[in-house]
Design a protein around this ligand. Structure first.
Ligand SMILES: [Zn+2]
Length: 262
């Protein structure tokens, strides 16, 4: 369900049943002349629309105002909109802290921007990862006071952590393309991989007639196709289901290919 459309009784059901609550996290960034600037975020939004139809999840309104950087192109007349990570981290702390106050304990974000080396991190995901950690610490201290970790009741902390149940799992930030997926599907910027995903998931945000050979990173987009994008979509959906702990319903593959029809 989309969070902004939920009634309070539905929110309480989602809390009690521990539905995954998912933030599409991204940026607005120049993606060559042939793709919309929202690509990195739109791909997450469209994939979550698929999952929302097949499972009980809460989809938060997307956050587009990440740190795009001006590494690809200057903003003037090109469209990249950069918000510095220094202001994103406090915002993320407030956002995640608010979700914890509501009662959610199964919170996720997916990001597709600059995630080719997610273990090391880049400004947008690092800011949201830091904000998430700070929000969890603040929530624990508010509820249990300082010294909460040192008390006898926490003596099973490491066992809980090994089983994935410790409080630092309340909020998880995921790359849309994991290292395993990058081995199976082309990771690029506005090249074959991203253009194919847009053709499959959001064709109204792609116009191949605008493709120019001017930029090195868009040249492989000539090889893009909706078919390759559909393969990528299915691979990514499988990984997203695993990350969110939701089962693949029988017939999901048929349902997703039907829904991509115009
Ligand atoms: Zn991109």
């Amino acid at each position: 369900m989309r969070y902004e459309l939920m009634l309070p009784h539905q929110i309480r059901t989602a809390i009690d049943a521990e539905w995954p609550v998912v933030l599409p996290l991204g940026v607005l960034e120049y993606h060559g002349e042939h793709l919309a600037v929202g690509m990195d975020t739109l791909v997450v939004v469209r994939l979550l629309e698929h999952l929302e139809r097949e499972a009980d999840i809460v989809v938060l309104p997307p956050f587009y105002y990440g740190a795009s950087s001006y590494a690809v192109a200057s903003p003037e007349r090109n469209g990249s909109l950069h918000v510095a990570s220094e202001v994103l981290a406090p915002l993320a702390k407030e956002l995640f802290g608010g979700l914890l106050r509501i009662g959610f304990r199964n919170i996720h974000a997916f990001i597709h921007h600059q995630t080719e080396n997610f273990a090391a991190g880049m400004p947008t995901d690092l800011a949201f990862r830091l904000g998430a950690r700070q929000a969890v610490f603040a929530a624990l201290e508010a509820e249990h006071g300082e010294g909460w970790w040192g008390r006898e009741a926490m003596s099973d902390y490491y066992a809980q952590q090994a089983g994935g149940a410790d409080p630092f799992n309340w909020i998880k930030i995921h790359p849309l393309l994991t290292p395993e997926l990058i081995a199976l599907y082309p990771f690029d910027h506005a090249g074959q991989g991203e253009t194919s995903l847009m053709l499959a998931l959001c064709p109204e945000a792609a116009d191949l007639s605008r493709l120019s050979a001017e930029h090195w990173y868009t040249r492989s987009a000539r090889e893009a196709s909706a078919e390759l994008g559909a393969e990528g979509r299915e691979l990514i959906l499988t990984a997203m289901r695993r990350a969110l702990g939701i089962a693949c319903p029988s017939g999901a593959a048929a349902a997703t290919s039907q829904s991509s029809a115009p």
